[in-house]
Design a protein around this ligand. Structure first.
Ligand code: HEM
Length: 360
């Protein structure tokens, strides 16, 4: 044999792993049957968190280069696919834990103070590596979230705040997107013309519509004017950067153009992987938000309005963090600026030829 033999238990470290469930209710000689489920569920989460961090680190490494080869883009997308599937899987652990009733939970909850999932440093690493910005975070008991960590955990969290993250990496990569201005084709100028045409067309249709009252016509005109205003902010760099300053957007101005180009022309071969990447970021944000929401509901059904073991307002805090702790919201907002395929500027043939993968 090329390598020394390995046995199942030894390879998986089962001795340590399966001896790491130490219910407090056993220690205090007040056995609570469901504490084992509570411990195993949390441990399973932490193992999956470890796997997510492993995938995220590898993706961030690939993005750390000035140029990402096409085959590496495939790797990035498949690792993001995996992260999304894990998020979906760990969501399904919630109904398993909910087979424990609030009264079963009360049998041992008092023994856990002041421990809380809030102190999961791996969860914080995931948030930071994905790119949740510290300005967007809620404070916890009037202090920054990181105050609850010490020693090596604190060190790793502080580092992850300073290191690159998925959001900034994707932003830098999008900025380098070719084809925004190439072979005499200026995507942004053409897109603006199409938007103006589309809005004028809508105004015209409203004016000529004989089936609606003047009152409804006026309402529709106001709605179109509002849409026009939203587009204006996108067409003016200074206005856009002001929105970034106010926390309404995070992507750089150039990246917004690139993300629109990729999504609206996603059927061009060169944009298919970038399109899948953007879609995965949206999926990951959505599944993480779903987890937060389901976790908040679980806390509500277990605790009612009781405060959390970590000292927060409990379910109320979790509801707020579900609303606020989003990472890739920009990609959700971008769909506002999609225009129908029929209105899209036609790409010159010389350009579409460059967007293909050709054998000769
Ligand atoms: C009976 C089940 C659970 C209840 C009642 C519950 C309750 C809570 C509460 C009230 C908080 C707010 C912080 C505090 O004051 O303690 C919290 C935070 C948290 N819990 Fe749970 N939890 C449960 C299960 C879990 C599980 C299985 C995980 C998986 C790792 C988890 C992970 C977290 C995380 C990551 C936070 C921080 C969330 C944030 O800051 O946005 N919890 N939990």
């Amino acid at each position: 044999m090329k390598y020394p033999p390995v046995d199942y238990s030894g390879y998986l470290g089962l001795d340590k792993l399966l001896n790491s469930q130490k219910p407090k209710s056993d220690e205090y000689k007040k056995p609570a049957h469901d504490e084992m489920l509570f411990i195993v569920t949390h441990q399973a989460y932490e193992l999956w968190f470890k796997q997510i961090i492993h995938e995220l680190d590898s993706v961030l490494n690939l993005f750390a280069k000035d140029f990402i080869e096409e085959r590496n883009m495939g790797v990035v997308v498949s690792r993001l696919d995996r992260i999304m599937e894990i998020f979906k899987l760990i969501q399904m652990q919630i109904p398993v834990l909910e087979t424990m009733t609030p009264l079963d939970f009360l049998d041992f909850r008092d023994m856990l103070y002041p421990a809380s999932g809030f102190q999961s440093y791996q969860f914080r690493l995931i948030e930071n590596k994905l790119g949740l910005s510290s300005q967007h975070r809620l404070t916890y008991n009037n202090a920054p979230y990181s105050e609850v960590f010490v020693n090596n955990e604190k060190k790793q969290i502080d580092q992850s705040e300073k290191q690159s993250n998925l959001f900034t990496s994707v932003d830098n990569w999008l900025k380098r997107t070719p084809f925004l201005k190439k072979d005499g084709f200026d995507f942004w100028a053409n897109y603006k013309t199409s938007v103006t045409k589309m809005l004028n067309n809508e105004k015209d249709l409203t004016d000529r519509n004989t089936l609606i009252s003047d009152e409804i016509k006026e309402k529709q005109r106001q709605q179109i004017n509002k849409t026009e205003e939203i587009f204006k902010a996108l067409f003016d760099k200074d206005q856009y950067n002001e929105l970034v300053k106010n926390g309404k957007w995070r992507l750089s101005y150039e990246s917004v153009h690139a993300a629109l180009l990729i999504q609206m022309y996603r059927y061009e071969p060169i944009f298919q992987l970038p399109f899948r990447l953007i879609t995965r970021l949206i999926d990951i944000d959505e599944t993480l938000t779903e987890w937060r929401y389901k976790h908040a509901l679980m806390a509500k059904r277990m605790l009612g309005t009781k405060v959390g073991t970590g000292g927060s307002s409990g379910a109320e805090y979790l509801k707020k963090s579900t609303e606020k702790h989003k990472i890739f919201s920009d990609f959700f907002q971008l769909t506002t600026f999609f225009i129908p395929r029929s209105e899209l500027p036609i790409l010159p043939k010389s350009l579409t030829e460059k967007m293909q993968f050709k054998y000769n």
